[in-house]
Design a protein. Structure first.
Length: 108
C-alpha cells in the first residue's frame, strides 16, 4: 500500500516511510489514484479509519501544502462510486479540524 522513495521524489514531497505515505498517489491506468483506501464493510471501524485519515491529511497539508489535492481525492472518491464509512469519517474528521481552527466566523 505504501509508495517507494522514487515516487515520493517524483511528486516533490519527502519520503516518509511509516507515516502519511498513503497520501501519495498510486499509478493507475490513466493517471494517478488519490483515494486508494479500502473499506472493510464494518461501518464503525471504517468511520474511525476515515477520521484518522482526515487527521493525517490535515497534518500533511500543514507540512507540505498541495491545494489541489483535496479536489483530486474527491474526484477519485466519486469515480469509485462508493460512499462508505471511510468517506463519511474522512469528511467528519475534516469538519472537526476546520471547526477546531475557527475561533469565530468570517465576516461576510
Amino acid at each position: 500500500m505504501y509508495v517507494t522513495a522514487p515516487l515520493a521524489k517524483r511528486f516533490a514531497v519527502p519520503y516518509i516511510p511509516d507515516m502519511l505515505t498513503r497520501w501519495l498517489p498510486r499509478r493507475k491506468r490513466a493517471g494517478y489514484d488519490f483515494w486508494c483506501i479500502p473499506a472493510t464493510g464494518n461501518y464503525e471501524r471504517d468511520c474511525a479509519e476515515g477520521e484518522r485519515l482526515a487527521s493525517e491529511y490535515v497534518l500533511r497539508m500543514q507540512m507540505h501544502p498541495r491545494p489541489g489535492m483535496l479536489g483530486w481525492i474527491v474526484r477519485d472518491m466519486i469515480a469509485k462510486g462508493r460512499f462508505s464509512g471511510v468517506e463519511v469519517g474522512f469528511f467528519q474528521g475534516l469538519s472537526a479540524h476546520i471547526s477546531a481552527k475557527s475561533s469565530r466566523p468570517p465576516a461576510l
